[in-house]
Design a protein around this ligand. Structure first.
Ligand SMILES: Cc1cc2nc3c(=O)[nH]c(=O)nc-3n(C[C@H](O)[C@H](O)[C@H](O)COP(=O)(O)OP(=O)(O)OC[C@H]3O[C@@H](n4cnc5c(N)ncnc54)[C@H](O)[C@@H]3O)c2cc1C
Length: 528
């Protein structure tokens, strides 16, 4: 029977003395994250290898910021005077079974994938930067569901949390036993939006599992040291397709059909080798992004081409039955149009694209064609790089106050067409130059302003706040996957989403577990 009460324990792995690095040259490379917010400064850096060291640093410090790969896009991994707990050395594969792994939080997604590949297993979280650490992805809710977590609290006590064991009391609280006292942790009463991704402060739901409180908490409630994740016992064969569309409405229709087909496959197909279409991700790139990529020569560099009249390109990841060879895939593509061709997932995919009139321009990397897949992925990566470099250039040449001005919003997929229209109207109304890309199959888009002046940055921030309110009215979340961090606009969006009472409810959770406000202070919300 789940219980709302959990007992902590004292940290293991002592008595190693943490080594505080204060040399400014060593610290310099840890002073900013991928949001490139200026002014990062740290009291020291410790790279612990045990939970004992983590606890010792927390106990000895006034403020601590846990960091992973610092790929955060919110400034949440940029220090503001804290002692940095760099988790890179907690990077061991601790144990594993056919469908689970227990890892140190400092392991990168790329290293986990390489380790799992050796035994044919696979970890399928939402696509993200593969240099991110497991701890960072859990802390920003970019990971799959964890089943077990070890967390060092602000008091230096340690919780081993197993999914299914500790659930909130029906009156909305957990009891956490710390030594000889019990702390009552209240569960916020706000309702989270019903969309596939929400990285907007503390998870809250009636009778929720305690493990989920630390998902998306961005380091403010505890420092994770180990996590157990579910993995798939076999690796599918992947196929990556770059599909340019002249007609945006048709592109959205294709995304809708692919989603429906995939849902049908998941609900009816056998666990291995479904014959239906299995689409694990669809990303999109808008016309403005494509123009920037062309200006930079990314099409020539990657060898991925698109017609001049393209208004939207999709990058579709298909999962094919394990063991599908490139030869089989080429045969399926070649025979897709033939009457009586066998019903294969790839054949269905090609027929769907053919009916949409876009088959002639599709570029497909079949399973095993790593070079082609890398070209398509390189093009995808180039999108954010080209936008960021333009923001950097404007900052260097126009106004030093210019900074990345971007949103990360999600709506229920059925409302996506409306959202695209709202974006167009609102950005045009403010005469802003904006490039949009994202995870379109989730309804999650990333509009990025291309500022020509600081006035564009200010107008962009106001637009994002305004759009955030509209996204909430559409049943979505203005904070989907990047988290909130210390970004002022994102913190305002969090308040828009849950109201001031919601922020106060989060503060009450924080106060219960971290009364001295030691962990990641200022991340998610200011102290008062
Ligand atoms: C090129 C690029 C592409 C990206 N694409 C995506 C994408 O598609 N989807 C997406 O969701 N994100 C994306 N991101 C954002 C980023 O990769 C994710 O937010 C990632 O999950 C952060 O992991 P990290 O290890 O870098 O964490 P960090 O940036 O180091 O930290 C992020 C937050 O987690 C906290 N934290 C880190 N480790 C711990 C720990 N052990 N215990 C407690 N708290 C901790 C930190 O305090 C901080 O608040 C992208 C970033 C880049 C640079």
């Amino acid at each position: 029977m789940p219980d709302c009460r959990i007992a902590s324990r004292r940290p293991r792995g002592g008595p190693a003395e943490p080594r505080y690095i204060t040399d400014p040259d060593r610290l310099r490379s840890f002073l900013e994250d991928a949001a490139h917010v200026p002014g990062g400064h740290a009291a020291a850096l410790v790279m612990p290898t045990t939970e004992f060291e983590v606890a010792a640093v927390i106990e000895a410090s006034a403020a601590v910021l846990p960091i992973g790969a610092q790929s955060s896009l919110t400034g949440g991994a940029t220090p503001r005077g804290e002692v940095l707990l760099g988790m890179a050395r907690c990077n061991r594969m601790i144990d594993s079974g056919a469908d689970w792994v227990r890892v140190g939080v400092g392991m990168t997604l790329a290293d986990l994938d390489a380790a799992l590949a050796q035994t044919g297993r696979y970890y399928p979280p939402a696509p993200t930067f593969n240099g991110a650490f497991i701890g960072g992805t859990v802390a920003t809710n970019a990971a799959g569901a964890a089943t077990f977590k070890t967390v060092v609290l602000a008091t230096g006590d340690v919780l081993d949390i197993e999914r299914g064991i500790t659930r909130a009391h029906a009156d909305g609280h957990f009891d956490v036993v710390l030594g000889d006292r019990t702390v009552r942790v209240p569960v916020p009463a706000y309702r989270m939006p019903n969309v596939p991704k929400v990285s907007a402060g503390y998870f809250a739901a009636p009778e929720m599992d305690l493990i989920d409180l630390f998902v998306g908490a961005e380091g403010t409630l505890g420092v994770m040291t180990e996590v157990t994740l579910r993995v798939r016992p076999s690796r599918p064969a992947w196929c990556l397709a770059f599909v340019p569309f002249a007609d945006r409405t048709m592109a959205l229709q294709v995304v809708r059909l692919l989603r429906e087909a995939a849902h049908q496959t998941w609900s009816t197909g056998p666990p291995q080798g479904p014959r239906g279409l299995d689409v694990s991700a669809i990303e999109h790139i808008d016309a403005r992004c494509l123009a920037l990529l062309r200006d930079d020569g990314a099409d020539r560099r990657t060898g991925v081409a698109w017609p001049d009249d393209t208004t939207m390109a999709l990058i579709v990841t298909l999962e094919l039955p394990a063991g599908t060879t490139s030869q089989q895939a080429f045969e399926d593509i070649g025979r897709a149009g033939e009457a009586g061709a066998p019903e294969t997932p790839l054949g269905r995919f090609c027929r769907l694209l053919d009916r949409a009139g876009v088959m002639d321009d599709v570029q497909i990397a079949v399973p095993g064609d790593i070079a082609r897949a890398e070209q398509v992925l390189a093009l995808r990566e180039a999108v954010s790089a080209t936008v960021n470099s333009r923001v950097g250039l404007a900052q260097a040449t126009v106004d030093r106050r210019i900074e990345k001005t971007a949103a990360d919003m999600i709506v229920p997929f059925e409302r996506l067409g409306e959202l695209l229209e709202i974006y167009e109207t609102e950005f045009n109304r403010r005469a802003l130059d904006v490039a949009i890309w994202g995870h379109i199959s989730d309804g999650n888009l990333h509009p990025n302003v291309l500022p020509r002046s600081f006035a564009d940055v200010e107008a962009g921030r106001l637009a994002i706040l305004d759009l955030g309110r509209k996204v909430i009215r559409l049943g979505g979340s203005p904070l989907a996957e990047h988290g909130v961090g210390r970004n002022r606009v994102k913190q305002q969006l969090l308040a828009e989403l849950y109201g001031q009472t919601g922020i106060d409810a989060m503060r009450a959770v924080k106060r219960a577990l971290d009364p001295q406000w030691k962990l990641a202070p200022g991340v998610l919300f200011p102290r008062e």
